[in-house]
Design a protein around this ligand. Structure first.
Ligand code: FAD
Length: 417
């Protein structure tokens, strides 16, 4: 083992691990971040950039069960379960459907609101301290629907958002097309969601957190965590492919890869990848002030520093199955459907990333009861950029001995039995 006085090891240099490291380093702790890959090269690299603290509706809403047959039958659908993957997914799906009960939805929304309702404030503060405020834009989001009947499908989710303080307004017909020129005339109803923001470069955003952590003494090691080392029942360090490293405390923030490291302690965390894709239009020839979300395809079109990013689709299928180029091709069709005049010239290749998803749409954040000194920060699913900054803030509070300002019990790893 190294001879230095043990500090805190953060496993995983995605945006969540980096935000945790930033807050811990700012709190005066010596932090080592471990990742075998380049920082923010996983899901954190290619997401849609939306910072959506008001997104309190869980993915599983009442009626979700009805959607499953369509996901299995339609390979072109926005949500896709390859039939061969279904047997493996069934236990996860059963929990997912259970989370759609009305009382559960209410509980989950309250927990999401408590953890990340103020996400934009925390991102704003962190980026300002890093001289990177230019990465954040606070112009809201625009959700598109064909008409009122189409919008009614999401009415329950919007009602839930409103109850937790989210402000939005409905725009119809000409009003909608005035605020977003270039839209296909098929879309006749929009919801302009206020108080939401986006990052114009999610990769640079995460690296700004790393820079801030490093400035305060944190170091990044290119190493893979192989196991958590315990002594006398509590955390003593991390076994890595470069040898063992001592630690007084360890944070598990390895995105979708986190669950395996908890298994030796008897935890079976139902963490599934929801694989998402993006394509990039370097010169789209249309102007967007904010992320535009086509609700029919659950696709985000975000104006980033380097062009228009079109991100979305949910594909189950685990971690080893190769990416499916057809899903990226559907994204290209989506752009043409939403913005018929957009130029796709120069669009090359595509990107796929793994959203780390728990069936109840809540991340795992907080202490591991059976292993004193071990903490979790993973499983933020579709909202990991959003949740990174506030998760870092609350976890650092808890780890540094202050009373966290929210109840962490809804996020406990023990909730899965
Ligand atoms: C298409 C798409 C669009 C999205 N859009 C949005 C959006 O608009 N807004 C939003 O808030 N979220 C969005 N998300 C979700 C968001 O990107 C993720 O929730 C978030 O990036 C997860 O961050 P993370 O740090 O937990 O995981 P990751 O970014 O995956 O990082 C995990 C890191 O852990 C490392 N690691 C793995 N195993 C080990 C090990 N054994 N030892 C050490 N390190 C290890 C990996 O190399 C990786 O670098 C989107 C995701 C996708 C795919």
């Amino acid at each position: 083992m190294e001879q230095e006085r043990p500090g805190i090891i953060v496993i995983g240099a995605g945006v969540v691990g980096l935000a945790v490291a930033w807050h811990l380093a700012r709190g005066g702790v010596r932090v080592t971040i471990l990742d075998p890959a380049a920082p923010a090269s996983g899901a954190s690299f290619g997401n849609a950039g939306a910072i959506s603290g008001g997104s309190v509706a869980p993915l599983a809403m009442p009626g979700v069960l009805k959607q499953v047959p369509g996901m299995l039958r339609n390979p072109r659908g926005a949500l896709r379960i390859p039939p061969a993957y279904l047997p493996r997914l069934l236990p996860w799906l059963a929990r997912f459907v259970a989370a759609a009960r009305p009382a559960e939805v209410e509980r989950i929304a309250a927990a999401l609101h408590a953890l990340q309702g103020h996400a934009l404030d925390v991102h704003r503060q962190m980026l300002a301290e890093e001289g990177a405020s230019h990465l954040l834009r606070e112009t809201g989001h625009l959700h598109l629907y064909f008409d009122a009947a189409h919008h009614a499908k999401d009415a329950a989710a919007f009602a839930l958002r409103r109850r937790f303080g989210q402000r939005f307004e409905i725009l119809e017909g000409a009003q909608l097309h005035a605020i977003q020129p270039g839209l296909s005339p098929r879309y006749r109803l929009g919801v302009l969601v206020h108080d939401q923001g986006f990052s114009t470069d999610p990769h640079a955003h995460a690296l700004a957190f790393l820079r801030g952590a490093e400035r305060r003494g944190a170091r990044l090691l290119r190493a893979r965590a192989q196991a958590i080392i315990t002594e006398g029942g509590r955390v003593a360090g991390v076994a890595t492919d470069g040898g063992p490293l001592p630690a007084a405390q360890v944070v598990l923030a390895a995105g979708v890869w986190s669950a395996a490291l908890l298994r030796p302690f008897g935890y079976r965390i139902p963490l599934e990848s929801q694989r998402g894709y993006h394509i990039h239009l370097p010169n789209p020839g249309i102007v967007l002030e904010r992320p535009v979300v086509a609700a029919d395809r659950k696709v985000f079109l975000t104006p980033m520093a380097s062009g228009l990013r079109v991100a979305g689709t949910v594909e189950f299928g685990g971690l080893t199955r190769p990416p499916d180029p057809r899903r990226a091709a559907y994204l290209l069709e989506d752009v043409r459907r939403v913005f018929p005049a957009a130029s796709t010239a120069g669009t090359e290749g595509f990107w796929m990333g793994h959203r780390p998803c728990l069936p109840d749409s809540l991340p795992v954040v907080g202490p591991v009861a059976r292993v004193p000194g071990l903490w979790c920060a993973f499983g933020h699913g579709h909202l990991g950029l959003t949740g990174s900054a506030p998760t870092g803030a609350v976890l650092a509070q808890a780890m540094l001995g202050q009373r966290p300002n929210i109840d962490l019990s809804p996020f406990a790893p023990e909730r899965f039995g």
